[in-house]
Design a protein around this ligand. Structure first.
Ligand code: C2E
Ligand code: MG
Ligand code: MG
Ligand code: MG
Length: 286
């Protein structure tokens, strides 16, 4: 009967929920162990000046190399760490290590490279985050020059007023602020004027639709025009094809990232790529 069926599906769902809870608890414990055992790594994805093809910077992206399960993607553990507050420790680890890498690059003659570091929503809403980040800078023994902090549009929209204040403080410390995943959070273009940000990163959903969706192409153009008018840089995320690159160059998008150029790679590989690209550009000019 319908009633029995309903009962069955109730049992089915509750069992499913129980499994989900167990998986969640397991993930929380695994993250705790990963923090203790330092199972995290940073990989670096190049940021490209689209006009010249030069690599102008790196986005630090966290990688978790689990001893038994291999690489676990950030989208699987960052949201959990956000919920439990473990992101606080992970975030501090990321900042320290990315800044140490930036310091090392400065010494090796790569001081022109930008270093972009992702901050989660929960980090942004911590009361003393600016002070804390200032402290990490000091302990690493480097400065904020050439360091960008990426924060998602959604995180900023959660509490605009608080975000404006915190981002302002971070800017006073000399960081540049990038609004990440722009276009996913329902904020209007006019917010761009109010927010203390320097860079707009257009979400890869729009880039994906280049050549398939005229409306998305129009949105990309509008964002670029608006950003230009406000003297903000634009970075296009997720460039995967030559035709996407050509479209973005044509409409005056300054910078981009994506698998067309490179995925995120270990620091040593990143350095080799920078040298190789610079040499190729020099050769092409001769
Ligand atoms: P995000 O900051 O928007 O980073 C871009 C993501 O898109 C990265 O995934 C990158 O590998 C991927 N990506 C880059 N180019 C392409 C492309 O051409 N096509 C496709 N399909 N994907 C591309 P990843 O490394 O898996 O990171 C996912 C998200 O996890 C990041 O999104 C960011 O929100 C978060 N995350 C990563 N590292 C950190 C971190 O150190 N701290 C915090 N708080 N969040 C992080
Ligand atoms: Mg990012
Ligand atoms: Mg992004
Ligand atoms: Mg994105």
């Amino acid at each position: 009967s319908v009633k029995e069926k309903g009962k069955d599906s109730y049992c089915f769902y509750s069992q499913q929920m129980q499994e989900k809870n167990l998986r969640y608890i397991d993930m929380v414990n695994q993250i705790r162990r990963a923090i203790e055992n330092e199972e995290f790594l940073l990989y670096y994805q190049p940021k490209i000046h689209l006009g010249s093809g030069r690599i102008v910077g790196a986005e630090a992206l966290i990688r978790w190399l689990h001893p038994e399960r291999g690489f676990i993607p950030p989208n699987e553990f960052i949201p959990v760490a956000e919920q439990t507050g473990q992101i606080k420790e992970i975030g501090a680890w990321v900042l320290k290590n990315a800044l140490e890498q930036k310091k090392a690059w400065n010494k090796k003659g790569y001081e022109h490279l930008w270093m972009s570091i992702n901050l989660s929503g929960r980090q942004l809403s911590e009361e003393n985050i600016a002070k804390e980040i200032g402290g990490i800078l000091e302990s690493v023994g480097t400065d904020s020059k050439g360091v960008q902090l990426e924060i998602t549009e959604t995180a900023v929209m959660t509490d605009m007023e608080a975000a404006v204040e915190t981002l302002g403080k971070l800017r006073e410390l000399g960081f540049r602020i990038a609004l990440d995943d722009f276009g996913t959070g329902y904020s209007s273009l006019t917010y761009l004027k109010k927010l203390p940000i320097d860079i707009v990163k257009m979400d890869r959903r729009f880039i994906k639709n280049i050549e398939n969706d005229d409306a998305d192409e129009a949105i990309i153009e509008a964002v670029i025009q608006m950003a230009n008018a406000l003297s903000k840089h634009v970075v296009a995320e997720g460039i995967e094809t030559i035709s996407q690159l050509e479209f973005l160059r044509k409409i005056g998008c300054g910078y981009g990232q994506g698998f067309l150029f490179s995925k995120a790679v270990p620091a040593r590989e990143f350095e080799e790529m920078v040298t190789r690209v610079d040499e190729n550009i020099k050769l092409a000019k001769r």
